[in-house]
Write a new protein. Structure first.
Length: 200
């Protein structure tokens, strides 16, 4: 276990880094409340500390406080518009809250910032799936797989889209691939069972 040092309260210029790094240790331990307290202090001492807002947003996400997490990712993006991962994180939270259009907009901004972000393509495809926009969903899953052929999630999600379009053979191929890559992928197992009930 990492040892926590006492902060050097006299070194005001550097103390925000101390609280930030101690917050990271608490985060790794799963002690999100203490982590948030330290990120709060880091931000108080350095209000422009984008990474502290980012880490606090992740801690709020882990606690299930999606609105507070989104507020922190908003602050990151005000401070650093080029920080494309936080468009993806914010989009994911909006997706979890059922706001698919705003989620798609954020995933698109994340992709614009990093065209090799397979996760953002997968997430945007999942949002399109939830809007029953199967063709756009499949196009995004294709891109995610092209970038990372060993990423199980887009195979599973593409299988669902193909199933909804009535292409059960392709759906079976994709779900098998997802399970080949991750044999413990429960939602892929569930989809496989559903396809089996349909005779595929």
């Amino acid at each position: 276990m990492e040892k926590l040092k006492r902060p050097n309260v006299d070194a005001a210029q550097n103390s925000y880094d101390y609280y930030f790094y101690r917050g990271e240790v608490y985060t790794k331990r799963g002690d999100y409340d203490r982590a948030i307290t330290d990120y709060n202090e880091a931000i108080r001492l350095n209000p422009g500390y984008a990474q502290a807002y980012h880490n606090r947003g992740l801690a709020y996400y882990k606690k299930g406080d999606y609105k507070l997490a989104i507020a922190d990712f908003n602050d990151v993006l005000k401070l650093r518009r080029d920080f494309s991962p936080d468009f993806n994180y914010r989009g994911f939270l909006l997706f979890k809250m059922g706001d698919y259009d705003r989620a798609i907009a954020d995933f698109t901004l994340s992709i614009q910032g990093d065209s090799k972000n397979a996760t953002a393509y997968n997430n945007r495809g999942a949002a399109y799936n939830n809007k029953s926009d199967w063709d756009r969903a499949i196009a995004d899953f294709n891109e995610a797989i092209k970038i990372d052929p060993n990423y199980a999630a887009p195979y599973r999600h593409r299988a669902f889209a193909y199933m909804q379009k009535g292409n059960f053979t392709q759906a079976r191929t994709d779900v098998n691939k997802a399970l080949q890559l991750n044999k413990n992928y429960q939602s892929a197992k569930d989809l496989s069972a559903e396809l089996q009930q349909k005779g595929y």
